[in-house]
Design a protein around this ligand. Structure first.
Ligand code: SAM
Length: 472
């Protein structure tokens, strides 16, 4: 309940909002693209109270816990995360606690993202330098040592405690082997099934067109649709595919294994990924670790898996997902690398047997710099870097990309003097990116220049083609 007046008393349980908490609220609000006004709408807390909470001057004031809970909910985080209670979980004995790290890493990632995406003001070298500096400064300030975490997880007692301490997922998403059915399950025994899905989250409700209103949403047309939506967008989710489980939580720092990842897996399997004698696999831009972990679990010859991504949240989820699924595969060694592109892997004496990469594919078109800044899915720099590095990385490289980034891939192939060979089928898939719904000009350019397909007689309005390739 909110209270009014200058010398108001806090009704219910009150809490002093520390300066650190104020900064956290402001930074989460900014990264969720919310101004005070829109947060007020979303949380049902008045603008005036929100301003006071964020203001450094009101440091000594107490605020109603119910109000803070509403803010946490609107920002899609738990109350403990908002108040920083997880900090107490970092224990003296260096045991590793998932939620503590998840919160710290999200804060760091949200500082790294604007820096690494800002290609307007700085060249790549400068960005790399600044990225390394900021990453190590943020880790040092928080007294977090990634090597120590990795070491802690090698200890079976600490590892079990870490896995057992994972927050319980509110939703399990079962994806059938050929991606022809997805079931969303939540306690006690609720289940929503989507047949012949076109996306992992096959909803078209927010498409900016009335024509799409004629079609029923396979999720929201069902009675449990809203509840499944709430659980999918706000909490921990377990995505299950071929008996392998991936822990994931919706955030801009972490891609779920999406339709791209499932189709890429299928194409690589057709090409013999699970049966050929490969020893080591490198997953670049690993996200939840889906592609690398699936490979390590399904190919019986693998003895080493490396997950590499530029953000810390993927490092945490990739590591967690590996230990969730490792089971009796104790002979397989996990390595992690937090770096831009494939930096940090340079010191390897020999290339990997296979490298796999499902890079972002949204082109940065002239005049649309802000797309790169606002979105983690924009930019084709990882795609071109992999093509240019090719044989230094691995004996065989699998790469998937969208028809939207074909020109960049073509230029890189010409520079590298090689030709990518398509494997598996080309797939036409819906292109559904909420951040672009407001950017009609950019969508128009994608249609004109990059072959984005617009269909008015279909449930999804925009479509693009995905193809997996191999560099041998
Ligand atoms: C499309 S997601 C793929 C995630 C995962 N491999 C999958 O298929 O489910 C792309 C991933 O690449 C990472 N990434 C993007 N640009 C990168 C770069 N320049 N260096 C390293 N990682 C990058 C992102 O953080 C993200 O996790």
């Amino acid at each position: 309940m909110e209270t009014k007046g200058k010398n108001r008393k806090v009704a219910g349980r009150g809490m002093t909002v520390t300066l650190e908490m104020k900064k956290r609220i402001r930074s989460l609000r900014h990264s969720a693209n919310l101004n005070i006004d829109s947060l007020a709408d979303k949380s049902e807390v008045s603008e005036r109270t929100l301003k006071k909470i964020e203001s450094p001057k009101s440091r000594q004031k107490r605020f109603d816990e119910d109000v803070l809970m509403k803010i946490a909910k609107a920002l899609n985080i738990s109350f403990d995360e908002l108040s920083g209670k997880q900090r107490q979980y970092k224990q003296e004995d260096n045991s590793v606690h998932f939620e503590f790290l998840a919160e710290q890493f999200r804060e760091i990632d949200r500082m790294l993202l604007p820096l690494i995406r800002d290609h307007r003001h700085a060249g790549q070298r400068l960005i790399e330098h600044a990225y390394r500096g900021l990453l190590s400064q943020c880790l040092q300030e928080r007294e977090i040592d990634l090597e120590q975490i990795n070491q802690g997880l090698r200890d079976p007692v600490k590892r079990n405690a870490f896995i057992e301490g994972l927050p319980r997922p509110g939703l399990t998403v079962d994806v059938s082997e050929d991606f022809d059915e997805i079931s969303y399950k939540y306690p006690p025994n609720e289940m929503l099934t989507v047949k012949s899905p076109q996306l992992l989250w096959d909803c078209h409700c927010d498409t900016p067109s009335t024509k799409q209103n004629d079609f029923e949403c396979p999720i929201h047309s069902q009675s449990s649709g809203e509840e499944v939506d709430r659980r999918f967008s706000n909490g921990y989710v377990l995505i299950r595919y071929r008996d392998i489980e991936f822990y994931w939580r919706s955030s801009q720092e972490l891609w779920p294994p999406s339709v791209d990842s499932f189709y890429m897996m299928e194409a690589m399997k057709t090409d013999g990924l699970f049966t050929k004698k490969y020893d080591s696999v490198l997953d670049i831009g690993s996200g939840t670790g889906f592609l690398g972990i699936m490979t390590a679990c399904c190919n019986p010859y693998i003895t080493e898996i490396t997950l590499s991504d530029w953000l810390l949240t993927p490092y945490l989820y990739g590591t967690t997902n590996w230990f969730l699924n490792r089971k009796s595969r104790e002979h397989i060694r996990l390595k992690t690398n937090t770096a831009l592109f494939t930096k940090g892997l340079d010191s390897l004496a020999k290339p990997y047997d296979i490298a796999i990469c499902n890079p972002p594919y949204l082109p940065l078109l002239d005049g649309f710099d802000e797309i790169g800044l606002e979105s983690t899915v924009a930019g084709t720099d990882l795609l071109t870097d992999i093509i240019l590095r090719n044989k230094d990385l691995a004996d065989r490289i699998y790469l998937q990309f969208s028809s939207l980034s074909e020109p960049e891939a073509q230029i890189a192939q010409e520079k590298a003097g090689l030709k990518l060979r398509p494997v598996g089928e080309e797939k036409l898939v819906p292109f559904r990116m909420r951040i672009l719904w407001e950017k009609a000009d950019y969508l128009e350019m994608l249609i004109k220049e990059r072959g984005l397909v617009e269909k008015n007689n279909s449930r999804h309005r925009f479509w693009h083609r995905l193809q997996t390739y191999v560099i041998e």
